[in-house]
Design a protein around this ligand. Structure first.
Ligand SMILES: Cc1cc2nc3c(=O)[nH]c(=O)nc-3n(C[C@H](O)[C@H](O)[C@H](O)COP(=O)(O)OP(=O)(O)OC[C@H]3O[C@@H](n4cnc5c(N)ncnc54)[C@H](O)[C@@H]3O)c2cc1C
Length: 653
């Protein structure tokens, strides 16, 4: 694997990555930029409005940042045009915001124009329009031209732009990003790494960024029309915007859909845009339909970008610009450039990633006040939930010791409160978390990662939802980042699940082995979830897995241990801990698995979906301990005939 080193390595070649790259290269740094696919960037899909007030940004740090960027725009694009000799279509044409209802209060940021005046600014507006706001300072840029020109300027300035190269993993070394792996061109290294991957950023780092799809329609003023461009301003309607370009194109936007990375325009999306645009400015009905397209805004929960130092000493974040990345590009490049040069601009502070990652502040296990479904069982104190003292040796996985031999999960609970209590009651020390569901904020998983006190519980990120080895490897890397973000710097554990089968949720042995080999090479402690196949278990051990986790019966089925003969063989041959995972429905089944000699159990559904999950958590904890004690105590042999309990010798005849 070849490693290329530069001062700065930028991941992502949309407008944000390119703007930062150019700034730093011009300041004398050597910059490499990895660009997965220039064409897919939101920067190409946008409308290019420069509209901090028309967008309705409320007063605060984001509006301040956006206004500063707007103020810098003219000089910034003039520099780009000077460097390349190409136009970026910057047009400070002002933005009109027509409204069909009269405003209840005035907007201090813009004058209100009654319909009669508005008609002078833009003739031909729909009859429902009662007036509108006027934002004379705002305008637009041809974002496609801008992205192209910026890219050319960056290359001509000397940026080493690697098109078609996707960063697939960040490799940590002593708290820093030591290497960035790519599928196409080996490894890259740099003094500083800047993540500017737009909506895809969360595929490298578990940041709360999700794609918000926007569909767009492009029209053109028809040939022979009496003016090349009859629209003189951007029209920012209530649910539609119309952006005229000086060359006769007209951009209509945009839908806003939380549908992940679902490609393509929809009939409903295009219909909605055309209908609303024609209602706002009916003349459009006769204009030529030129094209449709879509893009993915990088959305964050609070709609602010994530800017500034990241969770590694040499990692910088410049992502999550949501609806305003075109507008925010100059100020982002300026501030991130300063940060890379050693300054710490105060303006970046409100945009830190850490605003989403505050450690659990509430008591980790709020106990007595929570609704308890089984009254007489007293579970409130942590000490009562500890495993019984058994003088057992600890469970050791990848060099790390645990006293409890029960692992649990976080899925399927009715509330975080019940989850926390059940986990506490079980006495477990390892809790598995579905990385993908936390990442995508799947129902029931919003805020889950922050809901547990990870200073007391060891996180076992799992790759649930991955159907292929490649997906599982990617999600495992994310899981490692997630554990780091939550304070477990040295956590390299991953519960490997590769499950293509949606009916029985049975794992793919070939994909699991392939993923395990790769993850072990990358330094993970791999705990693979497998069918109870003794040969596969041995192979996984040989490639360096930290445990094997055979299933007792299908996940969540509660069928108990259906394959005890095979699990027995795995236990007999294993040189690593055997963790029986999936299928256990009752404490007696948990105890039975431990009596067989399993080193540990993983139980989730049987606890979470019990009528009283807290009581069941406790019962499973006790059963695990009892089964382990029984295993160590050694059971009596099974006989065909009775053997009296009292001694037969010395009986008086
Ligand atoms: C429909 C629509 C309309 C919009 N309208 C406006 C507007 O009018 N005004 C405005 O200011 N903003 C607007 N936006 C928002 C703006 O487009 C975005 O905020 C901005 O483009 C984000 O830029 P970026 O460089 O962060 O991400 P992107 O432009 O999405 O670029 C990210 C790039 O990184 C690459 N990448 C990702 N992961 C990797 C990796 N692991 N390795 C290598 N490369 C990677 C991707 O291939 C992509 O090319 C709009 C967005 C959309 C979708």
């Amino acid at each position: 694997m070849v490693e290329r080193h530069s001062d700065i390595l930028i991941l992502g070649g949309g407008i944000i990555g390119l703007a930062i790259a150019l700034d730093l290269q011009q300041q004398g740094a050597t910059v490499t930029l990895l660009s997965k696919r220039f064409e897919e960037a939101a920067s190409q899909a946008a409308a290019g409005m420069l509209a901090p007030r028309a967008e309705g940004l409320p007063p605060g740090p984001l509006l301040d940042l956006a206004l500063a960027s707007l103020a810098a725009y003219g000089d910034w694009v003039a520099k780009l045009e000077y460097l390349t000799g190409e136009s970026v279509g910057y047009w400070p044409c002002g933005i009109l915001a027509p409204r069909s209802v009269l405003p209840a209060a005035s907007d201090p940021g813009a004058p209100w124009l009654p319909a009669s005046i508005l008609a002078h600014y833009q003739p031909g507006l729909g009859s429902q329009i009662r007036g509108g706001y006027w934002y004379p300072e705002e305008g637009q840029v041809d974002n496609q031209a801008l992205a192209r020109v910026l890219r050319r300027a960056a290359i001509e300035a000397g940026v080493n732009l690697q098109e078609g190269v996707e960063a697939t993993a960040l490799v940590h070394q002593r708290g820093a990003i030591g290497q960035v792996l790519t599928a196409q061109a080996g490894a890259f290294g740099a003094d500083l790494v800047v993540l500017a991957g737009g909506a895809w950023s969360q595929q490298l780092l578990p940041l709360p960024i999700s794609p918000r799809k926007g569909e767009m329609v492009g029209l053109r003023v028809p040939i022979g029309y009496d003016q090349p461009q009859p629209l003189r301003r951007v029209l920012f309607g209530e649910d539609i915007y119309i952006v005229p370009r000086q060359d006769g194109r007209i951009v209509l936007g945009a839908t806003s859909q939380a549908v992940g990375f679902t490609a393509g325009n929809t009939a409903a999306g295009v219909h909605q845009l055309l209908q609303r645009a024609i209602a706002l400015w009916p003349t459009l009905a006769d204009f030529t339909l030129e094209r449709t397209w879509w893009g993915y805004r990088p959305a964050t929960p609070d709609e602010w970008p994530i800017l500034g130092p990241g969770p590694a000493t040499n990692l910088i974040l410049a992502t999550g610009h949501y609806r305003n990345g075109i507008l925010l590009a100059p100020i982002t490049a300026q501030l991130i450039g300063q940060l890379c040069r050693g300054d710490t601009p105060a303006r970046l502070t409100p945009f830190s990633w850490q605003r989403f990652h505050h450690p659990s502040t509430s008591a980790p296990y709020p106990s007595a006040t929570l609704p308890m479904t089984s009254a007489p069982l007293t579970l409130a104190t942590a000490s009562q939930a500890q495993p019984l003292e058994t003088e057992d040796s600890p469970l050791v996985i990848a060099g790390r010791s645990f006293h409890s031999r029960l692992m649990t999960g976080t899925g399927k609970y009715d509330s975080f409160a019940v989850m926390r209590q059940s986990i506490q009651a079980s006495g477990c020390e390892i809790v598995t978390v579905a990385v993908r569901r936390v990442q995508t904020q799947a129902p029931g998983h919003e805020g889950l990662a922050e809901a547990l006190d990870w200073s007391r519980i060891w996180m076992l990120p799992n790759t649930a939802g991955c159907q292929t080895a490649e997906e599982a490897i990617r999600v495992a890397r994310l899981g490692r980042e997630m554990a780091k973000l939550l304070g477990q710097e040295d956590n390299n554990f991953v519960k490997l699940e590769v499950i293509p089968d949606s009916k029985y949720l049975l794992p793919d042995p070939i994909g699991t082995l392939a993923a395990a080999e790769q993850l072990v090479k990358e330094g993970f402690a791999v705990l693979p979830y497998i069918n109870a196949d003794p040969l596969l278990a041995k192979r996984l051990e040989e490639v360096g897995c930290a445990t094997v986790m055979p299933l007792g019966s299908p996940i969540g089925s509660g069928q108990g241990i259906r394959n005890s003969a095979n699990i027995q063989i795995i236990i007999e041959n294993a040189g690593v801990p055997v963790v029986v995972d999936a299928g256990i429905g009752t404490p007696s089944e948990a105890a039975a698995a431990m009596e067989m000699g399993a080193d540990a159990l993983l139980i989730n559904t049987a606890i979470a979906k019990a009528t009283d999950p807290v009581a069941m958590g406790r019962a499973m904890g006790l059963a695990t301990t009892a089964g382990r004690l029984a295993y160590r105590a050694g059971r009596i042999p099974v006989r065909q005939i009775a053997s009296a309990s009292s001694p037969q010798t010395g009986i008086v005849a």
